[in-house]
Ligand binder design. Sequence first.
Ligand SMILES: NC(=O)c1ccc[n+]([C@@H]2O[C@H](COP(=O)([O-])OP(=O)(O)OC[C@H]3O[C@@H](n4cnc5c(N)ncnc54)[C@H](OP(=O)(O)O)[C@@H]3O)[C@@H](O)[C@H]2O)c1
Length: 273
Amino acid sequence: MESKKILILGASGFIGNALYKELCNYYDTYGTYFSSRNGYTSNQQFFQYDIQEDDIFELLEEIRPTIIISALRGDFAAQIQAHQHLTEYVAKHNCKVFFLSSANVFDGYSKFPSYEYDKTLSESIYGRLKIKIENMLLRLPKRKAAILRVPMVFGNTSPRIKEMKQAIWNNDPIEVFPNLIINVTNDDKLTQQIHYLINRNKSGIYHLGSSDLVHHEDFIREVVDRIGSFNPIYKRVFTTNEERFLAVLPKDHLLPKNLQLNYQQVIDHHLVG
Ligand SMILES: NC(=O)c1ccc[n+]([C@@H]2O[C@H](COP(=O)([O-])OP(=O)(O)OC[C@H]3O[C@@H](n4cnc5c(N)ncnc54)[C@H](OP(=O)(O)O)[C@@H]3O)[C@@H](O)[C@H]2O)c1
């Protein structure tokens, strides 16, 4: 056990929980849950936290983490306020924050994939929320914040895969975007990458996705083929006439080879189940 004390905000969620499982054997790790129960109520490492009702200062003062990982969803205005308070706390204490951001901070651009130091621009409220929080954190001393920009995350327990399986069973259409070119990742690789960044005391901006690109439609069709021999209905959604990129690639902050991945590995990860 190292002396790092980690608090994962949103530790009951898909990514937060995968991170908790990855980190808890190495660090003194705590987490928050909101509506999930799943034995969290009786687990001393877990604290209930409602972003709209609870004061994040109280939680931070009680746990006194040296590393905070933000993997939350919830009301947007409340997320902004919570991260404002979190930033103030981090500024004043021996503490650092890892923020789960998204490729959507670049959804205002469509012609190229995006790199770490490209200027962010978003047309979606979700992307703008992420940009706003990123900008708060980027005002902290550099060593105190890591911005983790993540594309769509897959994995056997991911909500995206669960939804696809559900659609297949129910004979509902699966949406695909033939014009959209993306990169992707999965929960296993993402959590290993974040573990490495924590372990090596890294800070700054990281683009944590596959190093290659794929059309959304091709990717989803291959994943479905991997789930089993089904013949689902595909709903092909064209949002623009031209091809559009939504991808975060690394240029300045490359990870070691064994922590990089390609989209085929994300597909191969989805076994029958
Ligand atoms: N999944 C992706 O493909 C993806 C891609 C890029 C970035 N991200 C980012 O990664 C982060 C985690 O995403 P995820 O997919 O793991 O989300 P998720 O599975 O929906 O988990 C969200 C977490 O936030 C908690 N939460 C929800 N409402 C809350 C509230 N009102 N107060 C306090 N906590 C609340 C949930 O608690 P309960 O479950 O207990 O209610 C859960 O722990 C998000 O910031 C997301 O933007 C995700």
